[in-house]
Design a binder for this molecule. Sequence first.
Ligand code: ARG
Length: 247
Amino acid sequence: MKKFFVCALMATLLAAVPAFAQKSYVNGIDPNYPPFAYVDEKTGQPAGFDVDSLNWIAKTMGFEITHKPMAWDGIIPALVAKQIDMVGSGMSITPERAKVVQFSDPYWTVSRVFLVPANSNLTAADILSQKIKLGVQRGTSEANAIKQEQQEKGYPFELRFYESAPLAVEDLLNGRIQAALMDELPADDAIAKGRAVKKAGTHGKPDGFGVALRKDDKELRALIDEGYRKLMADPYWKELQKKYLNK
Ligand code: ARG
């Protein structure tokens, strides 16, 4: 009993001294971006390739991490306003974002694809040249890129904006839109889940994913970069790819 109290006392004292207490960071995630980040329906816990990667990195590098589900559209402002400390949630490294935040070294590369209903005949060329409705997730790199491209090239489609990629898939299935543009892995995820959709070609250049951090946060940047280097050299990296990305 006495021993317990001494231990408890020591733990309290240690936690009160910043040098001994583990730092604790909050990662903002989009809860609807499987397989990179999502909230597991059974456990109610954040899960996904990025969530598990960062949990491993936190354990290895000696810090604590929690994952906070939030709206993708406001996630960078939340990072800048210090409501969260990082965004490790399938975020593409883009020059526009890099004006406001810094990115870790890239840890993954994805292509963008058009998704159409399984019984559709639309090709990528059709999608860019017809008066169809095209769905994208609000606040994504692909939404901004296609909007800009449309302005430059005068594509006739009408853009529809969604809170998440799965919501765009729903509207594809009920016919409100004829095609959607998204990263390849969430598209594969919808197909794997048996949704009646298929890919209709890639669009644009592949994107690199990185963890977004506040520009002045050099300490966390170093922890994340070093953590990913260690993770990529560990067998767990392959395990994660098998588990989430069918690689
Ligand atoms: N790669 C795109 C972006 O960075 C889509 C990412 C969407 N990711 C997410 N967690 N919602 O904007």
